[in-house]
Structure formats: structure tokens, C-alpha cells
Design a protein around this ligand. Sequence first.
Ligand SMILES: *Cc1c(COP(=O)(O)O)cnc(C)c1O
Length: 322
Amino acid sequence: MPLEDEVRVVSFDEGFTPLIFRNFRGFRVAFKLEYLFPTGSFKDRGASLLVSKVRELGIQEVVEDSSGNAAAAIAAYCAASGITCHIYVPETASFSKLTQIRMYGARLVKVPGSRQDTARAAFEAAEKSYYASHYWNPFFFQGTKTFAFEVWEQLGFRVPHNLIIPVGHGTLLLGAYFGFQELKASGMIKETPRIFAVQSENCCPLFRVFSEDLTYLPHVVEKESLAEGIGISQPLRWKQIVEAVKLSQGTFLKVSEEEIVSSLRELSHQGFFLEPTSAVAPAALAQLAKSGLVHSSELSVVPLTGTGLKAADKIASKVLGP
Ligand SMILES: *Cc1c(COP(=O)(O)O)cnc(C)c1O
């Protein structure tokens, strides 16, 4: 890990989330319970490394923009280390995530307009501060690498055949990719897993770049989706993400709102209470099986990325019904 000074590491002793085997849609898969992090999502992996670096550099104040889990993670780790944190959010951000961010003591800046307007405002503010962005800042991706190291260790130092990962900005996908590449470069493993990247049909710019073989990022009109965590119409690292999936011999998939709902229901009925974005990757298993891309004899790891407790209102109104 790119840290000089272990004494300054900001940590809740997070990580080593359980990796458990379950049957899902006729598949035996290993779910990695990433929703069991201190702030309720895998974003703590990136936040721990990034905020540790910020502390090591002696920086007192940072800026981040996100409407949800990334901001909550950065805010929590800043709180733990006494760093002042300004979070830029779109006006439409979810109430429980905002409450969490405010309770950590972060300063909220509400920006009218789209998510891109929020990003622009944060970027400008970052000219006079430090940009602790989960998608710009490379240290965040150094933290999410630990996902790969843990999977490898938890499987008895073996590599799964497939990783099935939801993707918006690609922080988990690229972190996992870098982690397995490092294991390979260090001679610990010979093969790396295929990466299947899953987006929602309502916002799938990466799926389009891959399947239409585009050399630019298409303009997509973001439709509302239950999968708010991956509703990213302009992923900054789109080239890097598409390249990683290609090199891994994987592919991109998209799932409909109905597929997300039925996947979320089925997961809940197995005892996993998740935010809808977390149901996106498991939802793709049906397509992967039908197309023959993934076989049930192979080992597939699927992260369950975020807790349902932060999205209970939305789940109650859009999924559970009266
Ligand atoms: C952030 C997030 C994702 C997607 O991660 P990206 O880094 O945007 O690709 C998926 N699920 C949950 C719950 C998240 O918080």
C-alpha cells in the first residue's frame, strides 16, 4: 500500500468482510458481504487509504462530491482523524445518506442542478483545498485493491474464475482489477479472474462504449433508477474501466428495473437486506447463465455492496408496496 507511515493510518479495523457460499438463480456463488463495513458500504476501503494519505501529507481540509456512500465514507474517516470535510451534494440526494454525512460532522454544500453541476462545483472548490474525490483521487483506488487480496486469501489463496461487479465510477471494479494484477506481478497467482461489469439499463454509458465499440463516451440521458449508486452518466475513468474488463476477457451487461427488483426481493428472502444498487450484479447472473458466459461449475464472486438500511424509504415505496 502506498503509505509511508503506518502510525497515521486511519482505520476502524475494517475489511475482511465475510465471503459466503450461496445458491442464487441456480448458481453456486460466493457473496462478499461488503455492506458490513462501518459506514455501510465497500467505500470504506478507499476512504481508509485516501484519508490516511491525507493525514500523512499533513492536510487539514478536504473536498468531496457524492450523493451517497462515498461521501459518507470520506466523512467518517475524516471525523476519525479530525480533518475538516466539505461534501458537495446534489439537491436530490437521499435523506438518510445526508443524515449520516451530517452526523459525522461534515459540512454539506447543496448544489442545485444535476450531478455534473455538483461535480463541477466541487472541482472548483478543490482548487483551494484538497480534492479527496473517490473517482479522481488515485489513492482511493489503492484502497479498494484490498477487495482482491481478501478474496484470494479467503479462497485459500486461489483465484475465482469470475467477478461480477456493479459499475458506476468503477472504484470497486478497478480496485479489484489492480489488486489481482499486483498479485500476478508479484508471482503469487498465475491467472486473474474475468470481470463481468453490470450497469442499469437506465444509465449504461460504459455498456454502450463496450458493446458499440465506441471511442468516445456517449451522451446518455440518465433516467431515474432504483440503482442510484451507479447512476453515473459521465464516468471519468471510462477508458480505464472498459480496458480492464476487456483485458480480463470479461464483458459488460445491463439489467432492467424489473430485474433489479426481483433480484433485490430474492436476496432479501435469503436474509440479505441491501440497497437496490447491490442487487444489480446478482441480477445479471440469469443473463450470464443463459448466454453460457458463466458456468455453474466455475467459481463466481459477487460483492453485495451496500446496506438496505440507508435506503429503507425507497425500498418501502418502490419495492415492497403497500
Ligand atoms: C459506489 C457504489 C457502487 C458502485 O461503485 P462505483 O465505484 O461507482 O463503480 C455500487 N454499490 C454501492 C452500494 C455503492 O455505494
